[in-house]
Each structure stands twice: as C-alpha cells, then as structure tokens.
Design a protein around this ligand. Structure first.
Ligand SMILES: [Cu+2]
Length: 88
C-alpha cells in the first residue's frame, strides 16, 4: 500500500504511521523507517506492507502539531479475492 504525504505548509513534519514501518523510494533496497520527514512544500510517497489491518493513527510527531490536531486515522481490512473455482 502506498501513502502520499503532501505538505503544503512552511514547516517540515515528522510523520508517523502506527503499526507499520515504511519504505521510501526503491522498494527493494529502501530503508525501513518508523517516521518520515516531510519537508515544506514537498510530497513523500511511502510504501507500507498492508499486514496489520486495523484503525491506525497517522500523525505528526511534533507534539504541539499533534495537540493542534495534525492526526488522522488509516483504516483497512484484510481482504481476499472470492474463490472462483468452477463446479463442473
Ligand atoms: Cu508537524
């Protein structure tokens, strides 16, 4: 799963997704991180393994930003394609 973190502000934000580490850039060799710095006026795409379905907090690690409401919830469920075997 990919998350696109877009920062339209004049400050940078250390963004954290609970329950996951993420990769940036090359998904084969990119380092896994707990927190991703999103610089001012930039967008970062992070790659997560969707292996922890739940309701997970995504927030800035600057406490005063978090307390001001810079947080949201990422929700997803485990899902499988239906079994389409024919009964011939
Ligand atoms: Cu912040």
């Amino acid at each position: 799963m990919q998350l696109r973190l877009r920062n339209d502000s004049d400050m940078w934000h250390p963004m954290h997704v609970h329950g996951h580490t993420s990769r940036i850039g090359d998904t084969a060799t990119g380092a896994r991180k707990d927190t991703v710095a999103v610089l001012s006026r930039q967008t970062v795409v992070v790659e997560l393994d969707a292996d922890n379905p739940d309701q997970l907090m995504v927030h800035c690690h600057n406490t005063y930003h978090l307390e001001a409401g810079m947080a949201t919830v990422l929700s997803y469920v485990r899902w499988r394609w239906p079994d389409r075997r024919c009964s011939e």
